[in-house]
Design a protein around this ligand. Structure first.
Ligand code: IMP
Ligand code: MG
Length: 424
């Protein structure tokens, strides 16, 4: 069985938790795009793990893989491996594999990301992790790959060839090339490269072999559908493809192998960074969602923008991903609101739209058309099955299913593993 999981909104839907939970049914979990701009929080036995690169599922004995479509900061990866080992988790080349062709985020990518963002009059609000610039180099065929940092001679040769262009780029944006591009950085990467060398593998081969042997493979996306570099709200997007089809392209598995595509969908909407968000609230409800939902970025600590669920945007998510099921997360956060609103359409220039307009600046001008439902006051976080949910919460779940035409299979009502149940 091959399942793909993607975030249906703007990231931070709770993918890490759901992947962690589902991974006990899977033999392999593969991360297919993005880098340490992503952050997921997994709570197990009361211990909180904040991770950026190591795929969720490391605790259930699944083989965890980092695919060649990702961009890896080796310092962050080495740090995470260290933290997890100290916490007693088994992280070794038997458990974790990294594709030889994974692009490496170099210090100059991070510097360029910071310098470029500072120079923009209209900011994107990137995580400043060098993600965009690492992907630029991948496409420009100027990348440094995992296989390069694992081999000192290879890395030195590669860097020598790239150095003049990188130095010029840093200088052009007003940075100091010597501070960013030096022997200290290089030797650190060489040292980490040696440590990571035993983890190198061929992810496409491993995944295809596992699927052909009848094993269960889970592909885990990072960020969310509307941060997709092709189909999202450009330019306020990340630099990779975040939608389900991207799992096939980035891992190297044919689309005929896909069995399920699961949406991770938050019961309301958040967005971190700039870009249009018609449902954004600046009122007491927005504050309620932010505070009760602990809506602060795992990677940057920035407060997330909050609002009601946005159905037009989700209709597009269903199209872009071909979802077969939904995991609805953070339903508990809506407890205590007397009225729940759903944005079921947009209004733009006097027209009512069921589906988002094509261009980002048009989305920015849309105003939400809301439908109201009754809320509920009961706290949900200690409930253990669907039948215990208040009638109003069940009605909300059913309403979303009807509006999107996709079944909600899983509901999450808190950060812990036990705070999740199936609807059937
Ligand atoms: P970048 O990915 O660092 O280039 O940032 C581009 C945009 O994507 C910014 O608006 C970020 O806030 C957003 N972004 C990147 N990664 C995540 C994530 O994991 N969750 C939510 N937003 C993200
Ligand atoms: Mg996150």
């Amino acid at each position: 069985m091959f399942t793909i999981i993607t975030g249906a909104q703007f990231g931070d839907e709770g993918k890490g938790k759901i992947v962690d939970l589902l991974s006990s049914d899977y033999d392999m979990v593969v991360r297919f795009q993005g880098g340490d701009n992503a952050g997921h929080t997994v709570v197990v036995d009361g211990v909180t793990y904040k991770l950026h690169l190591v795929p969720s599922g490391f605790l259930t004995g699944a083989r965890i893989l980092i695919g060649p479509g990702t961009v890896i900061n080796p310092e962050i990866l080495a740090k995470e491996i260290g933290i997890l080992r100290d916490a007693g988790a088994q992280i070794n080349p038997e458990i974790l594999g990294i594709d030889a062709k994974t692009s490496i985020i170099m210090p100059y990518h991070i510097a360029l990301d910071e310098l470029r963002e500072a120079a923009r009059t209209e900011k994107i609000g990137t995580t400043k992790r060098g993600i965009g610039f690492a992907y630029i180099d991948k496409i420009a065929r100027d990348e440094v790959q995992m296989a390069d940092i694992a081999d000192e001679a290879r890395l030195r040769k590669r860097i020598k060839a790239l150095a003049p262009e990188k130095k010029a780029a840093i200088e052009q944006l007003g940075g100091d090339p010597a501070a960013i591009h030096n022997e200290d950085h290089l030797s650190k990467y060489i040292e980490i490269g040696k440590m990571l060398a035993p983890y190198i593998t061929d992810v496409s081969y491993e995944v295809n072999t596992a699927i052909n042997e009848g094993k269960n493979v889970l592909a885990e996306g990072a960020q969310g559908t509307h941060l997709d570099v092709i189909h999202g709200t450009q330019k306020f997007v990340t630099s990779s493809c975040t939608i389900a089809g991207s799992a096939c392209a980035n891992i190297g598995v044919g689309p005929t192998k896909v069995d399920n595509v699961l949406a991770i969908l938050k019961a309301y909407q958040t967005r971190v960074g700039e870009g249009p968000m018609p449902v954004e609230l600046h009122d007491e409800v927005g504050k309620h969602l932010g505070a009760k939902g602990h809506e602060f970025g795992t990677t940057t600590g920035r407060p997330r923008r909050c609002g009601w669920i946005d159905i037009p945007l989700l209709r597009k998510s269903v199209n872009l991903n071909g979802y077969t099921g939904i995991a609805l997360t953070k339903l508990d956060v809506l407890s205590g609101l007397s009225t729940i609103k759903l944005c079921t359409a947009y209004e733009l220039d006097g027209n009512v739209l069921q589906y988002p307009p094509l261009l980002t600046d048009q989305v920015a001008r849309c105003t939400p058309v809301y439908e109201e439902m009754s809320g509920w006051s009961e706290e949900l976080d200690s409930m253990t099955q669907y039948s215990q949910l208040p009638q109003a919460a069940k009605a909300y779940v059913t309403k979303i299913e009807e509006l999107l035409g996709v079944p909600i299979d899983i509901i999450s009502i808190g950060p812990g593993r036990e705070q999740t149940f199936r609807t059937k």
